[in-house]
Design a protein around this ligand. Structure first.
Ligand SMILES: Nc1nc2c(ncn2[C@@H]2O[C@H](COP(=O)(O)OP(=O)(O)OP(=O)(O)O)[C@@H](O)[C@H]2O)c(=O)[nH]1
Length: 300
């Protein structure tokens, strides 16, 4: 171990849509976690690895902690909660635009009471408010819990992110370089591909398709002319949702496929033939056995 080298695991938590994925992507300088206007798009842990000369920070992008409404919800909360106990530091993201602590954040604060890991309160989206609006937000949260640090940032503009990184490093122990320098994620490419497709479905269909969309990558094979063949299935719960995703004369599916293919080509660095299907699987969210099939594995 190099003298003075620091490393450790940092969990990002916060209500859906507070900007966890945006923050991680800004740190890593690459699009890994998916982003969308819709809440709860981050379902699995994505380990992003930020390596500097004297440090390595391994980020766990945990699913949004929230009150579970169905089996998938319970599962997501469990994954997030387990992650919190394992890590060296927690970043709790909240929004600068919220002057009061809402029910979602109160629920997270309750969960945090039980956990001994240090927590940095990160006030995100400061680009959306006047400077003097930040203080009341800080007061509202610090009245409910003692935080190791409080750092206002903008994940989008990058404002104050260096200060946040400096603060993160304060709480990491001396440790080894867990991953090689050039790695930024240990997620298999298949997972990232599935997430890119999910992102396009959610974005392009706007609010018409609920979160009951799962994407399974069935096949990835190298073809002639350096083209990669990818067969993916988008699973929905109802015929009507399938209709929306396919669209009139297949127009919507074509669009989803075209955008997703572009991103997958960037990811793989080669030409891609994307074979995209939509299938109905009834009520999959409430059937734990099917969840396993989609790769949502609970590690306890
Ligand atoms: N103005 C502004 N918008 C932001 C900032 N950070 C994130 N956003 C926007 O907020 C929305 C949600 O961001 P995400 O990064 O997807 O949020 P998330 O917390 O990962 O959401 P889930 O994956 O659903 O838990 C996106 O539209 C982002 O562009 C910020 O600093 N300023």
């Amino acid at each position: 171990m190099a003298e003075g080298f620091k490393s450790g695991f940092v969990a990002l938590i916060g209500r859906p849509n507070v900007g966890k994925s945006t923050l991680m992507n800004k740190f890593l300088g690459q699009k890994l976690a998916i982003m969308s206007e819709k809440p709860q798009t981050t379902r699995n842990k994505i380990n992003g690895v930020l390596t500097g000369e004297n440090y390595q920070v391994i980020f766990l992008d945990t699913p949004g902690i929230h009150k579970p409404k169905h089996k998938l919800g319970e599962y997501m909360v469990q994954v997030a909660y387990n992650a919190l106990k394992e890590v060296d530091l927690i970043l709790f993201l909240v929004e600068a635009t919220e002057q009061e602590v809402g029910t979602g954040d109160r629920y997270i604060l309750e969960q945090l009471q039980e956990i001994k890991t240090p927590v940095i309160l990160v006030i995100n989206k400061i680009d959306l408010v006047q400077k003097d609006a930040i203080l009341p937000v800080i007061d509202a949260y610090t009245a409910r819990k003692q935080f190791a640090e409080v750092v206002p940032v903008s994940a989008i503009t990058g404002a104050n992110l260096q200060a946040l990184l400096d603060n993160i490093l304060k709480y990491l122990p001396e440790g080894p370089k867990y991953y090689p320098d050039d790695i930024i994620s240990d997620q298999p490419e298949r997972f990232v591909m599935a997430e890119l497709i999910r992102e396009k479905v959610l974005e392009l269909t706007r609010d018409e398709v609920p979160h009951s969309v799962a994407v399974d990558i069935e096949e990835v094979t190298a073809r002639k002319n350096e083209t990669v063949y990818v067969r993916a299935v988008v699973y929905v719960e109802r015929e009507s949702q399938k209709g929306i995703i396919v669209g009139k004369g297949g127009q919507m599916l074509k669009k989803v496929g075209a955008f997703a293919r572009q991103d997958i080509e960037n990811l793989l660095g080669s030409k891609v033939y994307l074979d995209l299907w939509v299938k109905v699987k009834k009520d999959w969210r409430n059937r734990a056995n099917i969840l396993q099939g989609f790769g949502y594995k609970l590690d306890t």
